[in-house]
Design a protein around this ligand. Structure first.
Ligand code: SF4
Length: 495
């Protein structure tokens, strides 16, 4: 794959990591296919000059802005706090860049200059401080569209209400990663492993994981474990016996008396069997996911899911029959080859199943996914009507009694859109809110799992402690994975 050729020259402060994602949003093709962009910033006499110029790769018709803009806003005026000055400066710079690129391309981005993962966090924090007028600052500061600002504000209010009912500040959550799947989807960037090829690793992996679970189980004696989430991968890819072993290990190692939600992402219907669902029920799992992504057979085959729509219907019916009353389904808008008719069909099939919550993702093109690394296989078969799909999903959810309750964004999302979780009242996934809003410590075990610790040094900064992604390395280096977390916790006095 060709790497994009991007040069960013700045005199003064280094904002490259803020500037680059915004340019990518305006020129996704340029970044996908390689090309060249040069961005220059200069500060002169307290004013900022900004120029964007570039060249496209040979044969690539993407136009690149070649213009300059003078910034006349009175920035950083009156702000004495260094951090706030820095933030204000960055925001003004991004707004200037946005105006320049939008003027040149004629494009408006739904999320304006916001390229981060958590747009609702900005509003949530204001709600915590008792501030109102959330919509206005989203347009004024970040150029977010009225529709997206309204969506984010509505979701933040729902989240705030849900979290207000629990003592999340004194709690923590546990994530357990099982990185195996029946096959690997073409958009997957989770580092999951096809289970047949990795059959020899499963037992050693489970042993290593149990060791990690036991070793970290007494990290927070003063906190209440509130949610547990088994994800991956597809946790139901392993056998019923192995899955029970892991669940039992968690239950025997941690104090489970405060757990409000125990989710297992059953995920792929081709991994779901009656004995696995029975054991999940028997072990008290409160919430599961059965994820079709699409109900169009042609799409399922193209994206490499290796299961049929009928398997989704059968797995769902079985779970309902066995008494699961909180089932989530994940969908993706923008899958290879789909248009609005395919997406409408999927929604009509979901309507018949009537799940308790639905998460609607927008396809994100990830560097490590086959969709990117083997891009030529899918070229010319890209999805159409993605924004329309997302709007249709929102109307469908409203009409069927689902409320949007969490939202997050990823890099390289189609059409600058978002992922939204919808749920019927009382069926929301608390873990999803806690991790997305960064409201709680997440202790994470398993290969590729990323623990998040809050350091309350005045600014409630979250830091990650990550495990290695490679399963073999995880098994071989399990003691190091354990020490990483324990050492970090001890060093920073987190309790
Ligand atoms: S089911 Fe999920 S984790 Fe597994 S390969 Fe597909 S996208 Fe990746």
């Amino acid at each position: 794959m060709n790497e994009p050729n991007v040069a960013i020259n700045m005199s003064g402060l280094d904002f490259r990591q803020d500037v680059e994602p915004l340019i990518k949003e305006f020129y996704p093709l340029l970044y996908n296919k390689a090309g060249g962009v040069t961005v220059s910033f200069a500060l002169e006499d307290g004013r900022m000059r900004l120029a964007v110029g570039g060249t496209s790769a040979a044969g690539d018709n993407v136009q690149v802005c070649d213009a300059a803009a003078e910034i006349t806003e009175e920035f950083i005026s009156g702000e004495t706090d260094a951090k706030k000055r820095h933030r204000a400066y960055r925001n003004q710079l991004l707004r200037a860049l946005y105006r320049l690129l939008s003027g040149y391309t004629g494009k408006e981005l739904p999320w304006g200059v916001l390229t981060g993962v958590r747009p609702t966090k900005l509003i949530f924090e204001r709600l915590e401080r008792g501030e109102a007028k959330h919509l206005q600052f989203m347009y004024d500061n970040y150029y977010v569209s009225k529709e997206k600002a309204a969506l984010a504000t509505r979701i933040a209010a729902v989240e705030y209400q849900l979290l207000d009912a629990i003592d999340y500040r004194n709690g923590y959550s546990l994530y357990i990663g099982v990185p195996f799947c029946p096959s690997i989807c073409n958009y997957c960037s989770f580092g999951s492993h096809p289970i047949e090829r990795f059959a020899d690793c499963i037992e050693p992996y489970i042993e290593a994981l149990k060791k990690e679970i036991r070793a970290v189980s007494s990290c927070f004696p003063g906190r209440v474990l509130e949610t547990v989430y088994f994800g991956g991968g597809t946790p139901t890819s392993i056998s019923a016996k192995q899955l029970r072993e892991l669940i039992r290990c968690v239950k025997e190692s941690f104090d489970m008396s405060g757990v409000r939600e125990f989710t297992v992402e059953a995920g792929r219907p081709d991994s779901i069997t009656e004995d696995k669902l029975l054991l999940l029920k028997d072990e008290g799992i409160t919430r599961i996911s059965i994820n079709p992504q699409s109900m169009v057979e042609r799409t399922l085959e193209t994206i490499g899911r290796r299961h049929t729509a009928q398997q989704v219907r059968d797995a769902f019916a079985m779970a309902r029959r066995l008494g699961f009353d909180n089932i989530n389904m994940d969908l993706i808008a923008g899958l290879t080859g789909e248009d609005i008719n395919d997406f409408d069909y999927t929604l009509s099939e979901i309507e018949k199943l009537d799940p308790d919550s639905v998460t609607v993702h927008t396809l994100a093109r990830k560097r490590a996914a086959r969709l990117t690394t083997e891009g030529e296989l899918y070229e010319g078969n890209e999805a159409r009507d993605v924004a329309q799909m997302v709007e249709t999903a929102a109307s469908f959810m409203k009409a069927h009694g689902y409320e949007p309750y969490y939202l997050y964004r990823q890099k390289n999302m189609t059409d600058n859109l978002e992922n939204v979780g919808y749920a019927r009242p009382g069926k929301e996934g608390l873990y999803n809110i806690l991790i997305m809003e960064e409201k709680q410590i997440i202790l994470a075990c398993g290969s590729g799992a990323s623990s998040k610790f809050v350091r309350d040094a005045g600014d409630k900064r979250f830091e990650r402690v990550e495990n290695v992604k490679n399963v073999h390395e995880y098994i071989d280096r399990i003691d190091e994975m354990i020490s990483r977390k324990l050492d970090y916790i001890a060093e920073h006095g987190i309790s």
